[in-house]
Design a protein around this ligand. Structure first.
Ligand code: KIV
Length: 268
């Protein structure tokens, strides 16, 4: 194991020192190399892979075995970034025992250093059990995509006073259960700020404004590789789909015209 690997202590230190934490998703070796080389603190092998890699409509169908397969590819590529495996739908909701056993698979078989789970007070006892089993846990509240059917779609959370209170309380309970950080997804900026100021563990925002202790985005959104829809909170830093399309078209054209392969590509 690399001895300069980012650890959960570095997350806490960054919050204490007011330095931002940066996280992106990746699902395979080449993209994980890019994120690691760029010096991000962590790579999340998100269950978003169901949508951006498998082409499915939501994150619910992805399985434990598929998540482990992708986590192993990423873990093999990440020399410095912490690798966080995202626990898929129904891998931890069913029981404390399932939660600990499946979380353990991410570390044992996937090579991750931590796991992430979605949900509030209803998953806190599972978080506590995983932490007791020495598995670092990142919590995830607000818009939790595994709950889209209960939430009625991909909707901003924490709009009413009651919902705001519940989210603050959920965050506090996760911290008390031992989570080392918490993702805040799609909630009003002032609520994310309040949660960030309340907790001693770092908050990682996605659609939660600039006051969180760190930010996470889905890599394929940022690179312009996922075009089905672009959430309001995404900033596109590149348009790789267009570049890739152009390259592939040029290959086709050059082969058809007899321009590729050239002499320099042949063997004597
Ligand atoms: O699955 C995922 O990529 C995530 C991030 C959006 C936080 O959960």
């Amino acid at each position: 194991m690399a001895d300069n690997r980012v650890t959960i202590n570095d997350f806490l230190k960054k919050k204490a020192e007011g330095r931002k934490i940066t996280i992106l998703t990746a699902y395979d070796h080449p993209f994980a190399r890019i994120v690691d080389e760029a010096g991000l603190d962590a790579i999340l092998v998100g269950d978003s892979l169901a949508m951006v890699v498998q082409g499915l409509g939501n994150t619910l169908p992805v399985t434990m075995d598929e998540m482990i397969y992708h986590t192993r590819m990423v873990a093999g590529a990440a020399e410095r970034a912490m690798v966080i495996g995202d626990m898929p739908f129904m891998s931890y909701q069913t029981s404390v025992e399932d939660a600990v056993r499946n979380a353990g698979r991410f570390l044992k078989e996937g090579g991750a250093q931590a796991v992430k789970v979605e949900g509030g007070s209803e998953v806190v006892e599972k978080v506590r059990a995983m932490v007791r089993a020495d598995i670092p846990v990142m919590a995830h509240i607000g818009l939790t995509p595994q709950a889209i059917y209960r939430m009625g779609g991909f909707r901003v959370q924490g709009r009413t006073e009651e919902a705001r209170k519940r989210l603050v309380e959920d965050a506090r309970m996760h911290q008390e259960a031992g989570a080392f950080s918490i993702v805040l997804e799609a909630m009003p900026v002032d609520l994310a700020r309040r949660i960030t100021e309340t907790l001693t563990i770092p908050t990682i925002g996605i659609g939660a404004g600039p006051h969180c202790d760190g930010q996470v985005l889905v890599l394929h959104d940022l690179l312009g590789l996922f075009e089905r829809f672009v959430p309001k909170f995404v900033k596109r830093y590149a348009d790789l789909k267009s570049e890739a399309l152009e390259a592939v078209k040029r290959f086709k054209e050059e082969v058809e015209k007899g321009e590729f392969p050239g002499e320099e590509h042949g063997f004597k």
